[in-house]
Design a protein around this ligand. Structure first.
Ligand code: ADP
Ligand code: GLC
Length: 477
């Protein structure tokens, strides 16, 4: 089939390495270049956060007044990808994170911040744009850009662009008080059950779920799970009604950044053909984290947000047992209570369990390379990237069978899956994995099977391109 050369505006609420709170930042950095490699003219729009303004050189290409704010549009590049930066210092140029202040509290004006972003995207997609370039498709990500399809649905333009909304995590919905509609410049008539009303609030995500031409989420299993009450987070009704337009497309991983043969953060580099370098990384990780220097003890690693979603509490509860089976290195930040509990666990098991509370890219890479086994007992997981990184680094994952974890780990062949969200089930799976670890040849087979898998973005990008093509070509009546 001929390449599909559409023009696409891709909205990035965060984008690594400039601004990243989790996997969304990785996806926004890697998917647009993979789409461009297929011939799609993908351009990224993101807010002018402080790190973005300082991290790229840009030139001003337009200005507008949106929802009572003066904004400027800057043009820059992120490697080979054209980047449009929405500059509005009053909304985005702040210390702290993209959604929260330095103490972890949500910015009180998040509704306005992301309504303005969505309004800007809608503007770029219409005749009123200050740019000559016009997207045929707008790809929105999560609630932060979910109002774009709502704004475009209200436009009377016949040739409005098609919209795709990708759900990276249904638990984050952008729900605000009823006044948010007016602040977003939307009619009060949308405050109904058939509209953006959601349990008395106004839900940006619900608006996108209703109005986007296509919905995607980041794994086939999660696409099924969210149509039911358990994982639907209250949106299951809307999602099951839109079942025919909802597609599960697995994320890839950025193999330029996550490659044990080239990774600058490692103590030694290694590859499929020669895993020797893994030993030096294990020693480096033990030294860096203050674990006993011991090459023979199995080392469990874990990197991720410390939240209920990720099952950090299950790891902490299983901690005593895991410390009997081996060593444990935890890197993460999140809920203050879980951070404290993790620190206390490490204090009870000096030399066997170590915790680094904080965000550390170098340490995340070193854990992937230096651990023998990677823990990911998530209660739910839309896709998850760490289990793919760990397979690529020869560090088989032990994970709950949910969402993208089920779709990316082959039980007994590239990792170990377990069912119940309990510490006992986690420990049981860890024992199963260790039985295999004790058999050198069997273990090596699992490591190599994981390392040879293709998790590159190419396959995902082709699936998005297929979807864009279907949206753009009118279906015969
Ligand atoms: P989620 O987006 O739900 O947090 P993912 O597995 O999709 O989960 O992506 C998490 C990303 O964030 C990975 O790239 C992971 O390495 C990174 N990450 C999470 N916590 C930390 C941390 N404390 N330090 C460094 N990187 C982290
Ligand atoms: C979300 C999900 C995670 C997914 C990431 C990127 O943060 O929690 O599972 O991998 O988005 O799509």
């Amino acid at each position: 089939m001929n390449p599909y050369r559409a023009s696409l505006l891709f909205i990035a609420p965060e984008c690594a390495p400039l601004v990243k709170t989790g996997g969304l930042g990785d996806v926004c950095a890697a998917l647009p270049p993979a789409l461009r490699a297929l011939g799609i003219d993908a351009r990224v729009l993101m807010p002018g956060y402080r790190n973005v303004l300082h991290g790229v050189s840009s030139r001003r290409v337009g200005r507008a007044r949106l929802l009572g704010r003066d904004v400027e549009l800057l043009e820059a590049r992120l490697e080979d990808v054209p980047l449009l930066v929405l500059d509005c210092p009053a909304l985005y140029d702040r210390p702290g994170g993209p959604y929260q202040d330095e103490r972890g509290a949500d910015w009180p004006d998040n509704d306005e911040r992301f309504a303005v972003l969505s309004r800007a995207a809608a503007l770029l997609a219409t005749g009123a744009s200050p740019l000559e370039w016009r997207p045929e498709l707008v790809h929105c990500n999560d609630w932060q850009s979910a109002l774009v399809p709502v704004y475009l649905a209200l436009e009377s333009q016949p040739a409005r662009p098609r919209t795709i909304l990708t759900i990276h995590n249904l638990a984050f919905q952008g729900n605000f008080d009823a006044g948010a509609l007016e602040r977003a410049g939307l009619p009060a008539s949308l405050h109904t059950v058939e509209g953006l009303e959601f349990y008395g609030k106004v839900s940006f995500l619900k608006g996108g779920l209703l109005h986007a031409d296509a919905l995607t989420t980041v794994s086939p299993t999660y696409a099924r799970e969210i149509q039911h009450a358990g994982q639907g987070c209250g949106m299951e009704g809307v999602l099951s009604r839109r079942s025919a337009d909802l597609h599960g497309i697995l994320n890839g991983i950025d193999e330029r950044v996550w490659d044990p043969a080239r990774d600058p953060h490692l103590a030694a580099r290694y590859a499929h053909g020669d895993l020797e370098g893994k030993r030096a990384n294990k020693a480096a990780l033990q030294a860096r984290m203050g674990l006993d220097a011991d090459a023979s003890v199995p080392l469990f690693g874990c990197v991720g947000r410390m939240t209920e979603q990720k099952g950090t509490d299950l790891i902490i509860e299983a901690g005593g047992e895991l410390a009997r089976l081996g060593q444990l290195a935890i890197v993460g930040a999140g809920s203050p209570a879980l951070q404290e509990a993790a620190r206390a666990l490490a204090a009870r098991h000096p030399g066997r369990i170590a915790v680094h509370v904080g965000f550390s890219e170098p340490l995340a890479h070193l854990v992937e390379a230096g651990a023998d086994l990677f823990l990911m007992p998530s209660r739910y997981e839309p896709c998850g990237l760490n289990q793919m990184y760990s397979q690529r680094y020869g560090t088989p994952p032990i994970a709950r069978a949910t969402g993208g974890l089920s779709d990316t780990i082959v039980e007994g062949a590239t990792g170990f899956l377990f069912g119940p969200a309990s510490a006992a089930a986690l420990v049981e799976a860890a024992r199963r994995a260790l039985a295999c670890y004790a058999d050198g040849a069997a273990w090596r087979r699992i490591q190599l099977a994981g390392m040879s898998r293709d998790f590159s973005w190419g396959a995902a990008a082709r699936r998005y391109a297929d979807l864009y093509r279907k949206l753009a070509i009118p279906q015969p009546a």
